[in-house]
Design a protein. Structure first.
Length: 417
């Protein structure tokens, strides 16, 4: 029996080492390392929430339930660490105490600094001191961890909130470019893309170091950090495809940093991806969806140097670098179903993009799109057979509220037709 207790003591020591490494990887060490315990807890909680929202209809209702997922993961992690330390120190005390139940009681008393049970001998007393210190350290690190998380969350959400005005809600790449005619001018685009380049770098570092941030959802159900990033990247890719000579350098840098951000997050999650895909490898976004984006730009007279047929392969060449990771993240995190973001677990179709209308007292149903900044170049007229349908919109951007928005056409996700 004593041999079993000694083996249990060795196993308890290994359990304590494993739990300590898990705490350090999750709460202290930067660099995108996910401990095994975090993976197990994350998958278990995700499975529970997936079953919980399966019968729930409507995205807004599901979002309210999924908002609790990240806090539950943090709580379960803390409980798991404390349980691991409880049994680890209990198994270390077993040979000295003689009874496993009494050893667990003493371990819990020391771990939670209650002090109602102890063994008055040198070895067990030393273990009691270690258990008390371990309990305090784990709880203190968890408490210190929360301000770091919320600081990174607030930095992330500032730009995401601004995207509601600049790119619609939910955000859509073509809508962001269209609004550059009347909310952010073409002169503002370089600084806009520069901000999002730095935003993507910050998200890459913070979310790979603290992966739980991936599951912290925006306060508005139709806002999402991932959808906002994808809209910015799609706008830069679309701009480069239709008017390559006019895309500011900052747009290409934002596109490159966004791709690197998504790849760094994929590496943190242990996902495999092609780090150098061929431009002609193909994408999941359909040509019909692409044409809807082109139609959106045509309605505001966005200057295009290429026809849709000429721009399509160039757009694919850009999007192939980030689409697969973005779609997988959107599916895994079950973010708001939006245009150009792939399918969701629920199978719910994408929410129609919100297209702003330029309402004025003279034109309450929508005035012509005003020109801001430099004069817009005329829209290129394509040969017969290459025209795409247009949408009714416009907006001045000075008085933007939900009443000034109208839903655009719903986009069918790939593979659901």
């Amino acid at each position: 029996m004593q041999a079993i207790r000694i083996l249990a003591s060795v196993a308890g020591g290994l359990l304590l080492v494993g739990a300590s490494i898990s705490v350090l990887k999750t709460l202290v060490m930067p660099g995108g390392r996910i401990g095994r315990l975090y993976r197990v807890v994350g998958r278990a909680v995700d499975l529970v929430f997936r079953m919980a929202v399966h019968p729930v209809s409507g995205y807004e209702r599901r979002d309210r339930v999924l908002a609790f997922q990240a806090p539950v993961v943090l709580a379960v992690l803390l409980i798991s660490w404390l349980v691991a330390f409880l049994f680890g120190f209990g198994m270390l005390l077993w040979p000295s105490v003689g009874d496993f139940a009494a050893a667990l009681r003493e371990s819990g008393s020391s771990l939670l600094t209650l002090g109602f049970a102890s063994t008055n001998r040198g070895g067990p007393t030393a273990v009691d001191f270690l258990a008390g210190a371990a309990g305090l350290i784990v709880v203190a690190l968890q408490i210190a961890y929360l301000p770091t998380l919320y600081g990174a969350f607030n930095r992330r959400e500032t730009e995401v909130t601004l995207m509601a005005v600049r790119g619609g809600l939910p955000a859509w790449g073509p809508e962001l470019l269209a609004r550059s005619r009347f909310t952010i001018t073409t002169e503002d685009l370089p600084s806009f893309y520069r901000q999002w380049e730095r935003w993507a770098a910050d998200v890459a570092e913070s979310h790979s170091s603290y992966p739980i941030l991936l599951r912290f959802r925006s306060t508005h159900p139709y806002a999402s950090w991932l959808i906002a990033l994808l809209a910015v990247m799609d706008s830069a890719a679309l701009f480069s495809a239709v008017a390559p000579d006019e895309l500011p350098l900052q747009g290409r840098l934002a596109l490159a940093m966004g791709s690197r951000c998504l790849r760094q997050l994929a590496g943190t999650l242990g996902w495999s991806y092609d780090d150098d895909p061929r431009p002609d490898a193909g994408i999941a976004l359909s040509r019909e969806e692409f044409d809807q984006g082109i139609a959106r730009l045509q309605t505001v007279g966005f200057h295009m140097q290429r026809t849709p047929d000429e721009a399509w392969p160039h757009f694919q060449g850009w999007r192939v670098n980030y689409e697969s990771i973005a779609y997988r993240l959107a599916y895994t995190l079950d973010v708001v179903p939006a245009a150009w973001t792939g399918p969701r677990r629920s199978g719910e179709p994408p929410a129609a993009p919100k297209l702003v209308i330029n309402r004025t007292p003279e034109h309450p149903e929508g005035a012509p799109v005003p020109t801001r900044g430099t004069a817009a170049a005329p829209t290129k007229h394509y040969p017969k057979g290459q025209e795409v349908s247009t949408l009714t919109l416009g907006e001045d951007g000075s008085d933007l509220d939900p009443a000034d928005e109208t839903p655009g056409p719903a986009v069918t996700p790939p593979g659901t037709s």
